[in-house]
Design a protein around this ligand. Sequence first.
Ligand code: IMP
Ligand code: MG
Length: 172
Amino acid sequence: MRVLLSEEAIAVRVRELGAEITADYAESDDLVLIAVMRGSMCFVADLMRAINRPLRLDYLALRSYDGIDGADVAITTALTEPLRGADVLIIEDIVDRGVTLRVAFDLVQRQEPRSIEVCTLLQKPLQPGVAEPRYAGFVVGKEFVVGYGLDYDQRYRNLPYIAVPNEADIRR
Ligand code: IMP
Ligand code: MG
């Protein structure tokens, strides 16, 4: 496996994002982080501790099934916190085609929060029609990455760094 982003590099960037979010939401009295599970688990755990503001945490789980024309997304765990009038920050592991994010965004929007922004750890090259996240940790290439929450077939989420798997890593 080739390490793309070390544990240290991630930690530095997460602290920067936390500081930025802390400043941007200084006037907000109801910040709600919504983690898109399961990929954003490590990221949200570290990021929330880098945000020096009162906040609420909620999560939703989406499952995307790859089909011929992209993906179909199903909701497997719904939101529980009330979001009306809140400042919502959706936390994603990676934005690629933006399909998952679109579904999460629409679900949140239905509850009429005051604002909705997106914070993603990783951003693949922006595709046409995909809205740019307000906060992005790192822009990466098109290659598939694993670790720090991201999986290949449910494996490698526990790696403390982000890496590009090689052929042998993704063979059973
Ligand atoms: P999108 O809907 O195409 O933006 O993809 C979103 C979801 O696909 C992410 O939340 C990830 O769970 C998964 N995904 C996309 N690219 C990668 C990758 O390189 N490694 C692991 N998971 C990925
Ligand atoms: Mg995933």
